[in-house]
Design a protein around this ligand. Structure first.
Ligand SMILES: CC(=O)N[C@@H]([C@@H](O)[C@H](O)[C@H](O)CO)[C@@H](O)CC(=O)C(=O)O
Length: 405
């Protein structure tokens, strides 16, 4: 499976194949042997793509009895033991034991990562009581074993620092021995808060941290952005750092190709980018120049197949909460070079999103969709976001039911 699967030439003819309807069984069509000579073009895109479902080792297997004090033993070259890791381990030793069994995983982040929703009670408090159920749902129902906590979908910037810490702790605790990666988004509008959250994430044993660029007072060039990120990353010197690029929301449009040039010298724990943008030229340049060094995770779910063709290492997004299973089938088809089938799965996600976009779709509506698909109550969003309407929920549910069987 994945890059280790039998080499088959890219089926150029399949490019013109009409995809079967959304509900058709996987691998029903287009899986025949290849005719075209474009194998090399896709091979690059396949090499680092490994479907998360196919990864045999679980966090539990990798870390039986481990503690962050011994984390260095299992690191890959991509995660060098950073200076100051001992300091972090020492901090961890002083922290309450149950959280300190370290989520840091020697496995590179790949496959699907769900950008988690923050469950809330009807009166708008964060609802930690359903996180355990949420973890089990993602694994069992969606085949997703990585989470990105307190990001956009998680309303991270609408939460207090205290709430963000509580959520981070709950995800690490409930994900222990179950999830492969718990990445905590620690970005904030001010440096002290981002640093505090980064330090906290390291202490509780998160597998990695990510940060957006601050977006009220914005960095105006690469150097100021790197200076900000460097200070944040330095608070968690033993775990990977990912830059969260989402220019549509931050307005910070510094190109990632430029950012990555020389970044490792500035930020030793820099591991990759969560690329939530549609500039596939920038994305492709990042892959071309840095694929072996960095994890390049794509964040526009409806365009994921295009990013896979460009060589994405994996994806982080909101729809993997409820369309993870479908998207995993797409990754699997892509890894098998069955482009027609991969496209069929992408079209399904696209059909749902295209439908809900017309109704008005954002984080609030994502919460509603997740509530009816998972049957875990996600509650309302926090102001200034408003709850999805009953009309939206009925229409979105009917559409989802027509696509997923
Ligand atoms: C703007 C936005 O919310 N983008 C989503 C996508 O998953 C998005 O919901 C999806 O592609 C539908 O447009 C993610 O990139 C956000 C994300 O990963 C996060 O919650 O941090």
């Amino acid at each position: 499976m994945g890059s280790g699967g039998p080499a088959r030439a890219f089926n150029a003819a399949a490019l013109g194949t009409e995809p079967p309807p959304c509900g058709e069984a996987p691998f029903a069509r287009g899986a025949g042997p290849a005719a075209g000579g474009d194998e090399g073009r896709l091979r690059a895109g396949l090499q680092l793509l490994s479907v998360s479902m196919c990864g045999p080792s679980t966090h539990a297997q990798q870390h039986k009895g481990s503690h962050s004090g011994s984390r260095g033993q299992s690191q890959t070259p991509a995660q060098p033991r950073a200076e100051g890791q001992g300091r972090e381990a020492a901090r961890c030793a002083g922290h309450r034991g149950s959280l300190c069994s370290s989520m840091a995983s020697p496995k590179r982040l790949q496959g699907l990562t769900a950008a988690t929703i923050t469950p809330m009670t009807p009166d708008g408090e964060i609802n930690l009581s359903v996180i355990g159920q949420y973890v089990d749902y993602l694994i069992k129902e969606q085949g997703v074993k990585n989470v990105f906590v307190n990001g956009t979908t998680g309303e991270g910037l609408a939460l207090s620092t205290q709430e963000r810490k509580q959520l981070a702790e709950e995800w690490v605790t409930k994900g222990k021995n179950k999830l492969d990666h718990v990445i905590i988004h620690v970005g904030a509008l001010n440096l002290p808060e981002a640093k505090e959250l980064a330090k906290h994430a390291a202490v509780i044993g998160a597998s990695g941290i990510a940060a957006i660029a601050p977006f009220f007072f914005k960095p105006t060039n690469k150097d100021t952005l790197v200076a900000f990120l460097r200070e944040v990353a330095a608070e968690a010197p033993g775990i990977p750092f990912y830059y969260y690029h989402i220019p549509s929301l931050t307005g910070v449009k510094i190109r990632i190709e430029e950012l990555l040039d020389g970044i490792k010298e500035q930020i030793p724990t820099f591991q990759g980018v969560k690329f939530s943008d549609t500039d596939l030229l920038d994305f492709a340049q990042c892959v071309k120049n840095n694929k072996e060094q960095f994890v390049l995770l794509y964040g526009v779910d409806e365009h994921l197949l295009s990013a896979l063709a460009m060589g994405a290492s994996g994806a982080v997004g909101s729809t993997y909460n409820y369309l993870g299973k479908k998207t995993n089938l797409m990754l699997e088809a892509f890894a098998k070079q069955d482009l027609a089938l991969a496209r069929q799965h992408q079209f399904c996600t696209g059909e749902f999103l295209s439908f809900v976009f017309k109704l008005g779709f954002g984080v609030a509506q994502t919460k509603a969709v997740m509530s009816f698909t998972s049957r875990i109550p996600m509650g309302p969003p926090r102001l200034p976001l408003l709850s999805a309407s009953v009309d939206f929920i009925e229409k979105a549910k009917a559409k989802m039911d027509s696509l997923i069987m």
